[in-house]
Design a protein around this ligand. Structure first.
Ligand code: ATP
Ligand code: MG
Length: 415
C-alpha cells in the first residue's frame, strides 16, 4: 500500500461496513468525512464520528483539529503495524447519527419504510475478510455530489409519486406539510412539500409553468428545486433537503453565528431580487441551515397562482409582514427588507438593551423603518457594517453551531 493512502472503514449500524480509500492524507478535512458518511448513510444526519484508541475507548471527532489528532494516532499505529510486518488494519470510524425528534404524520400520508437503494452503489461493502486493500468504489476525498450531477439525473425524468419513498414528517405550516423523502431512482434524499389544492387542470398547468423559473435559480443561498407534480388534489414540490432544518426551532442564535446567517440571507435575497423575484415570505421558518454550514432561503413566491390558491384556503397575516402589506398597500423589495429585519431581531440572545453590537442594532432599526422607502435598498444591505463584518465566508462557524445544536436537541429529546 502507498504509505500516503489511508483506508477508512465506516462502521454502519446494520453491519454493512464501507471501506473508503483516501489519498493523499494531508488533504483530508473533517467535512469531507461527514460528506462521505452522508453518502453511506443518506437517511441519517451525521454531526460527528468516533474512533477507538489503543485502550478501546471511543474518542469523538467533530472538528479539523480532532481529525488531525485521530490521523496522527492512526498513522502511528499504521507505522507500527508495517514495521512489525502485520497486515495494516483500516481506520474504523463510527458515525454519530443525529436524528431530529420525529413528528407524527398527522396528514396520514403513507410512509414507506422499505430500505431504499441509498448511495451504497458507489461504495464498496467491506466483509470481515476484506481488510480494506483500497478497492473502494468511492473516489478520493472530494466526494461532494455536484448539483450538476443531480440535475443530470433528474433532467430526463420528471419526478413522480411512484419514485418517492416518504420518510419523516419535517413539519407543517399554513399551506402544507413537508416530508423528508428518498427519490428512489437517484437515491437522493429530498424535502417534499405537499400542499392540498383544489384547482382546475388549467390552473394546475399555470402553476407548473410559473414554477419553471425555479429550475433556473442557481445560487448557493437558495434552496435547489428538483421538480413538482400534481396528484389528485394536491401538489408536491421537491427541493433540496437541509439537515439542520429551519431557523425557527433554534431559539437564540449567538451574534457571531447570526451575523453569518444574515450575510447568506442578504445574498439570497439580493439574488432573487436580481431575477425580479420578491420573496414575500421571509421568516425564520423559511431560512434553512445544514451541517455543512450552508444557509438557504426557501418558500419564495414565484407562482402567483400557487400563492393565490393557497391564500383562498388559508387567510391571515403573519407576524413578519411589513406594515404596508398588512394595510393592503403595495408590496415591494422594501417589504422583504422589513421581514428580514424582524426575523433577525427575533433570534439573538435576549441581552439587556445596549449590549448588542452597534452595527447589529443599526441594521435592524434601518430594516424596520415604518416608511418603506427609508429602509436600506438592496445595494445598501450588502455594504452595511453588520453584513460586511461577517462576510468572511466562514461556514465552519455555522456548521459547528448547527451540529452542536442538533446534538443537544437529540440529548434532550424524550426517549
Ligand atoms: P408557513 O406555512 O406559515 O410558511 P412554515 O414555513 O413553518 O410555515 P412549511 O413551509 O410547510 O411551513 O415548512 C414546515 C417545516 O418543514 C419548516 O418549519 C421546516 O422546519 C421544515 N422544512 C421545510 N423545508 C425544508 C427543507 N428543504 N429541508 C428541511 N426541512 C424543511
Ligand atoms: Mg416554509
Amino acid at each position: 500500500m502507498d504509505e500516503r493512502t489511508l483506508v477508512i472503514r465506516i462502521k454502519t449500524p446494520d453491519g454493512n461496513d464501507v471501506d473508503w480509500s483516501v489519498d493523499p492524507i494531508p488533504q483530508l478535512y473533517f467535512r469531507d468525512v461527514l460528506d462521505v458518511i452522508s453518502q453511506v448513510l443518506p437517511e441519517a444526519t451525521t454531526t460527528a464520528f468516533e474512533y477507538e484508541d489503543e485502550d478501546g475507548d471511543r474518542i469523538t471527532v467533530r472538528s479539523d483539529d480532532e481529525m488531525k489528532a485521530m490521523l496522527a494516532y492512526y498513522l502511528g499505529t499504521m507505522h507500527d503495524m508495517q514495521m512489525s510486518g502485520e497486515m495494516v488494519e483500516p481506520l474504523n470510524i463510527y458515525p454519530r447519527a443525529c436524528k431530529p425528534p420525529g413528528k407524527r404524520n398527522i396528514h396520514g400520508l403513507k410512509v414507506n419504510t422499505r430500505a431504499g437503494p441509498g448511495s451504497g452503489a458507489t461504495a464498496s461493502t467491506a466483509s470481515a475478510s476484506d481488510s480494506g486493500g483500497g478497492s473502494s468504489g468511492l473516489p478520493t476525498n472530494s466526494l461532494k455530489k455536484p448539483s450538476a450531477e443531480l440535475n443530470k439525473i433528474l433532467a430526463n425524468e420528471q419526478i413522480s409519486e411512484q419514485d418517492i419513498e416518504y420518510q419523516d414528517m419535517l413539519g407543517h405550516g399554513n399551506g402544507g406539510t413537508v416530508y423528508k423523502a428518498n427519490h428512489l431512482p437517484s437515491g437522493k434524499i429530498m424535502a417534499i412539500k405537499v400542499i392540498p389544492l383544489d384547482v382546475t387542470p388549467e390552473v394546475q398547468r399555470q402553476i407548473m409553468s410559473e414554477l419553471d423559473i425555479l429550475y433556473k435559480c442557481d445560487s448557493s443561498y437558495i434552496i435547489a428545486f428538483y421538480g413538482a407534480f400534481f396528484v389528485e388534489n394536491r401538489i408536491s414540490i421537491a427541493t433540496e433537503f437541509m439537515d439542520g432544518g429551519s431557523l425557527d426551532v433554534y431559539g437564540m442564535v449567538p451574534e457571531h453565528v447570526l451575523g453569518r446567517i444574515a450575510v447568506a440571507v442578504v445574498k439570497g435575497l439580493t439574488y432573487l431580487w436580481s431575477l425580479k423575484i420578491l420573496h414575500r415570505d421571509v421568516k425564520p421558518s423559511n431560512i434553512l441551515v445544514n451541517t455543512r454550514g450552508q444557509v438557504k432561503l426557501c418558500d419564495f413566491g414565484v407562482s402567483t397562482q400557487l400563492v393565490n390558491s393557497i391564500a383562498k384556503t388559508y387567510v391571515g397575516t403573519n407576524a413578519y409582514m411589513a406594515p404596508e402589506r398588512i394595510a393592503g398597500e403595495q408590496y415591494g423589495i422594501h417589504s422583504d427588507v422589513w421581514s428580514l429585519g424582524i426575523s433577525f431581531m427575533e433570534n439573538p440572545p435576549t441581552l439587556p438593551a445596549g449590549q448588542f453590537c452597534a452595527p447589529f442594532e443599526h441594521f435592524i432599526t434601518q430594516c424596520m423603518r415604518k416608511l418603506p422607502t427609508e429602509r436600506p435598498a438592496p445595494e445598501d444591505l450588502m455594504v452595511h457594517q453588520f453584513i460586511k463584518q461577517f462576510d468572511d465566508g466562514n461556514t465552519e462557524v455555522v456548521s459547528m453551531w448547527v451540529c452542536r445544536s442538533l446534538e443537544e436537541r437529540r440529548a434532550n429529546a424524550p426517549v
